[in-house]
Design a protein. Sequence first.
Lengths: 341, 328
Amino acid sequence: MNMKKTFVVVSLLLGMAALAAAQGGQVLLNAAGATFPYPIYSKWFDVYHTAHPNVQINYQSIGSGGGIRQLQAGTVDFGASDGPMSDEQLTASKFKILHFPTVLGADVPSYNISGVSGELNFTEKALAGIFLGTITKWNDPEITKANPGVNLPSADIVVIHRSDGSGTTYIWTDFLSKASDDWKNKVGKGTSVNWPVGLGGKGNEGVSGLVKQTPNSIGYIELVYAAQNGIAFGKVQNAAGKFIKADLASVTAAAAGAAKDMPADFRVSITNAPGAAAYPVSSFTWLLIPARIQDPAKRDAIKDFLKWMLTEGQKYNEGLTYAQLPKPVIEKELTAIALIQ
Amino acid sequence: MSAATTTMTREVPPKSGLRAFVDKLKGGDEIAHLITLTAAAGIILITSLLVLELWRTSQLSRAKFGWMFFWTKVWDANFDNFGAAPFIYGTLVTSAVALAIAVPLGLASAIFLSELAPRRLSDIVSFLIDLLAAVPSVIYGLLGIFIVVPLMRTTLGPALKKVLGFTPLFAGPNYGVGFLTAGIVLAIMVVPFIISVSREVLLSVPREQREAALAMGATRWEATWQVVVPWARTGIMGSVFLALARALGETMAVTMVIGNNPQISASLFAPGYTIASVIANEFTEATGDLYLSALIELGLVLFLMTFILNGLARILIVATERGGGRPA
């Protein structure tokens, strides 16, 4: 009996303590979603918390799919996704959801060919053919014509792709869908697709590990991962016909090229973007914010964080090898913050 | 014990309900009964809730694909077409390869440790083996990627191809990752279970059994193989099924070395996929409702497979016990 009383008293005290903390202006925001931007997000949330000690943002990098689902179920305050939500997903949601681009990412082709050490050029047709399994040899004319002077062997190409569902795969397959109608109709784009050929590696580390070990292989990895681990990669031909090596500038250029006809809801694919300097396998990653937030403290905190992220926050991008958003996109987003009510 | 309790209650005057209950608990038997009953009921409850939840959440997929789910060979999230066949195949093949390697290896080690090795050496080695069983599976996966995969591609694979290349089992290109590599890594992972449990079982065979066999003029090996091992076979089989259960459900290490390609191929060099791996790989980014439901149904299928294999194991054990403890 005494035990019971103690328990009741203790839990009452705990409850009061929690209430007191809440009334002290503490705002706790829960978020979940994409893994690709997790390093920059955790940096942002940490720096923002230091500047605004009363706002604490917890982010679970459980993947874009999980982020979207948890947001729709109302278990998190906002979500994050590497691919924009589809029209069906948006209509299926009980409340309106806004997209805010945060940083840019890109995929690069990494390969391991016996006797070839230089940078290779890839046309979009070559990449689509390789990943569809219609181009099977490294000395296929579609590859050799873009690489004059390189002695490519007549070895079989081993394709390596991601085995786990991933935003990286979304960007890659989005690019291939634009590059080839065959790809679009037979395979399509998505975080995981039914690969016509190849081996699957788990995560960027799995793909790059398999590429490194398997002779005559090719795979795609995230630019951030390739840059941080010093992995060599090839150039990809862009919409203007130029072979571009992915770096922060060429990825931002792709976003700037697409900024001109940016839709009002920011759900835009920037693969194969126009512009001579644009890297074609680039993409935004988004925060998903409910358009209506009941709790005024949470609403103000989220709006303030978004403003901070678009201005101050962008300075932290390059240190972590994420490309900055182009100016016109930032301005457009700053006005869109007013839509959150 | 019960006689003592009755005399005690006779001497003590009757008490109120709660007091009597507490006194009863002091006996120890009731407490033990209650605790073990709760534990057992808890396990049954958790298992049934698990099945119920898997059944409920896989509703969409079950309604759409029905029994076809078991033999459809396509897994395509973009076109909402899902089938479990390549995953069931991959799970069974990798586990079979693992057991084919681990059972002889584990049993031989257990026999050496229990029958032939000096007791001190045996104790030290089995302590080390028990440690192996506690190594996280991702470590075995790394071991697979950095040691087994290159070995398979450069040495083991070509050698197997040279000798056995005429059979469909070892035909086709060898990438280093695939069913065989996954099976080998699984074998390394499960062999400690077989050794550890089998050694204990062999050690528990009564000394008289060995002595009797030796007195009859059997050699040491004959005594071991024809008397001790048959005596212990129920326990040895138990260790094998423990190993099988681990192999069926292993996720991380397998996905790192199997190639993750949902296809059914006779060649052990070919890349494949297992149920546990595909769930781990695709669950987080599964956005469509049907997609998620199909992944959960895969979980249900794995549960069912484990259930059936365990049932078969029980039948096998009962059947061999009926055969009596006679030497094989």
